[in-house]
Design a protein around this ligand. Structure first.
Ligand code: ADP
Ligand code: MG
Length: 230
């Protein structure tokens, strides 16, 4: 895939001819300096954007030529997205934030509040359902965001610098959660520039100036190594 942003006078080649596969159930870290194309890649893998040229298949489906409706459906059913800045709605409670994607889901599930409550319990926030984002710590806000990403049971989670706004200890808590999703069989793509965080992955894709420069398999750090999983 290649992704070029067209700014009129200038074209930014954010991704240059990158080729790779991610297998179902992998936990892959995407590393690289600021500006190397990581978020651009996250947006493509999350079907938030389409490549300028080349092909992208998600679960065997070619997404490059999909209509925006079809892309929205694919995102809603297959992909949970986690952002560095949490992206929670400030006026809504934790429970309401987690329920939000159900509004756009083609399934429009009944019993949404019950499912949202379960998801919040899964991330250890069963006692914070009615708190607004400002009443939660950064780590708790990110856990709400992870619960929201999981509301439709997606097989794929894409996290773009999920620990970038968190302190070290809280970062490990969030990584233990993401590692737990991987252990349950989800495919997790973790964008990070922190080696400590990439250590959780079994594979690291490294980008430089929009090019894929390294594809490394490694022995992942075990979730309990951080000492906060218990
Ligand atoms: P990273 O997440 O690794 O910091 P990005 O994917 O955000 O990198 O950016 C890669 C390059 O593309 C940078 O040069 C950035 O300035 C540029 N870029 C990113 N998004 C846009 C956009 N929407 N329009 C124009 N240029 C962009
Ligand atoms: Mg980025």
């Amino acid at each position: 895939m290649t992704k070029t942003y067209d700014l009129g006078a200038e074209k930014v080649r954010a991704l240059r001819d990158v080729t790779f596969d991610i297998a179902r159930g992998e936990l892959v870290a995407v590393m690289g300096a600021s500006g190397s194309g990581k978020s651009t890649l996250a947006n493509l893998l999350g079907a938030l954007d389409t490549p300028t040229s080349g092909r992208l298949e998600i679960d065997g489906r070619e997404i490059s030529g999909m209509s925006s409706d079809a892309l929205a459906r694919l995102r809603s059913e297959e992909i949970g997205f986690v952002f560095q800045q949490f992206n929670l709605l400030p006026r809504m409670t934790a429970l309401e934030n987690v329920m939000l994607p159900l509004l756009y889901s083609s399934r429009g599930r009944a019993g949404g509040a019950e499912i949202a409550r379960e998801r919040l319990e899964q991330v250890g926030l069963g006692h914070r359902l009615d708190h607004k984002p400002t009443q939660l710590s950064g780590g708790q806000q990110q856990r709400v965001a992870i619960a929201r990403a999981l509301i439709n049971d997606p097989p794929i989670v894409i996290a773009d610098e999920p620990t970038g706004a968190l302190d070290t200890r809280t970062s490990y808590e969030v990584m233990d959660l993401l590692g737990g999703l991987h252990a349950r069989g989800l495919t997790v793509v973790l964008i990070t520039h922190e080696p400590d965080i990439a250590a959780y992955a079994e594979r690291v894709l490294r980008f430089r100036d929009g090019a894929l420069v390294e594809d490394l398999r490694q022995r992942p750090r075990c979730a309990v190594d951080s000492g906060v999983a218990q």
